[in-house]
Design a protein around this ligand. Structure first.
Ligand code: URA
Length: 430
């Protein structure tokens, strides 16, 4: 290294501040120099704010994504005898879809390598849910992941720190500088990790509503279009499903209870919204991977997806028949009148479950796998005075009060249901 840098961060910040376009070379240098510590945090904060205000065009967003992918390792599943398909969800309350989805897709001969994270705040993490299963292990080496995919067809494991390290550094900075919300930054962040995972095809579940990262359908659609653009321009067949997150998904919000609900779905039962979203996402993944003309729903009732589930859990040391943890304390909230459930807002219920111990406030915290909320009814259901509406579960009854505060006013009993529209509001991508 000569020690002479190709560009000056201040020039690039000023260019973006003044609504200019950054070149491919400039973006590549910026990300690389930021990872090397040559571009300082305060300079990158100014840049992310300039991007939030001025935006980035499609080429710039693609370049930013590619630069973040290039900052780390890239997995390669091309040696597998199976085609691969991946899914990403922008996160929601009661979103356990990966659990039934991965084995369902694998049951049709398409392998699902799912690198996941732990939850922070009210949004649950897929690994936290799996870790409710006795013995289950999240950390696999790349060789173990490959071997499991070849044998079983599905793996859910912790994303190593080697994938898109630039994104980790940039995301932490955005979190403290009010620049998380910029669509080019969100899209490049999500897609850099997904492209580094080396999947063949990708389906994105982009959620909208009060429990989603994007509260309006318009913003979710905008994000979905940029995400699909990045994937397509990178040669990965990508499609996005816009799904409704105004009401918690399914009846279980937590970890162990979400595993229980997922197993119900794999046994051919479970709440209809969880089943419908799982089947829709599976159909898109399979279609993009070249599998058409199959009855996706059938493999939930004929035991084929369940067989893959059992194999994937066992392969990672988990006991598919092991007892899931149960909380020592419960509190049941009942209806105070007859009527219909008018609404159940996802975000407050997510916060309530988090306060019960199901989620963590800081990265270092441990989650209580048995804690959470189980709904007994959903919006539109009729109740009579005294009927159970939902149950809070925790290992410490002192947690109930704060959880009840969170859900206060977030649900109601009346005569008419609040109309939040359909579960699936649209599909983006070819
Ligand atoms: N999820 C991510 O991975 N990155 C973002 O920027 C936002 C949500």
């Amino acid at each position: 290294m000569s020690g002479i840098e190709k560009f000056d961060a201040v020039d690039l910040i000023k260019a973006k501040r003044d609504a200019g376009e950054l070149s491919t070379d400039e973006i590549r240098w910026l990300v690389d120099a930021y990872v090397r510590g040559v571009v300082a945090d305060e300079q990158m904060s100014a840049m992310t704010m300039a991007i939030l205000i001025r935006g980035m065009n499609r080429r710039e967003t693609n370049d930013l994504t590619a630069a973040m992918v290039a900052s780390g390792e890239r997995l390669d599943f091309s040696g597998l005898s199976w085609p691969t398909a991946d899914k990403h969800s922008t996160g929601g309350v009661g979103d356990k879809i990966t659990l039934p989805l991965a084995p369902l897709v694998a049951s049709f001969g398409v392998a699902v390598p799912q690198l996941s994270g732990r939850g922070l705040g009210h949004t649950g993490g897929t690994l936290d849910k799996f870790e409710s299963i006795p013995g289950w292990r999240a950390n696999l080496t790349n060789a173990e992941m490959h071997a499991q995919l070849e044998k079983v067809g599905a793996v859910v494991c912790a994303a190593g720190t080697g994938l898109a390290p630039a994104d980790r550094k940039l995301y932490a900075l955005r979190d403290t500088t009010g620049t998380v919300e910029a669509i080019p930054l969100i899209a490049s962040s999500i897609m850099s990790k997904k492209l580094a995972e080396g999947t063949g095809v990708l389906v994105l579940d982009v959620k909208f509503g009060n429990g989603a990262f994007m509260s309006t359908l318009e913003r979710a659609r905008e994000l979905a279009e940029v995400l699909v653009g990045i994937g397509t321009d990178s040669g990965v067949k990508t499609r996005a499903v816009l799904s409704n997150m105004n009401t918690p998904l399914g009846l279980a919000i937590g970890n162990a209870n979400e595993v229980r609900e997922s197993v119900e779905v794999l046994a051919g039962g479970g709440p209809s919204d969880v089943v419908d979203l799982t089947v829709t996402l599976a159909e898109h993944m399979l279609e993009l991977a070249g599998v058409t003309g199959v009855d996706v729903r059938a493999n939930l009732s004929n035991g084929k997806a369940m067989d893959v589930w059992r194999a994937m859990v066992s392969a990672q040391g988990g006991d598919p028949d092991g007892a899931l943890p149960v909380a020592s304390e419960t509190h049941v909230v009942t209806a105070d009148r007859d009527g219909v459930i008018t609404h159940m807002d996802a975000l407050p219920f997510g916060i309530g479950a988090w306060r019960m111990g199901a989620g963590r406030a800081r990265k270092e915290d441990l989650v209580v796998h048995a804690a959470g909320i189980d709904l007994h009814v959903k919006p539109g259901d009729r109740v009579k005075a005294g009927d159970p509406v939902f149950t809070l579960s925790a290992n410490d009854s002192a947690r109930f009060e704060r959880a009840l505060e969170a859900v206060d006013g977030a649900w109601g009993i009346g005569d008419t249901v609040v109309d939040h529209g359909p579960l699936i509001a649209g599909i983006i991508g070819a």
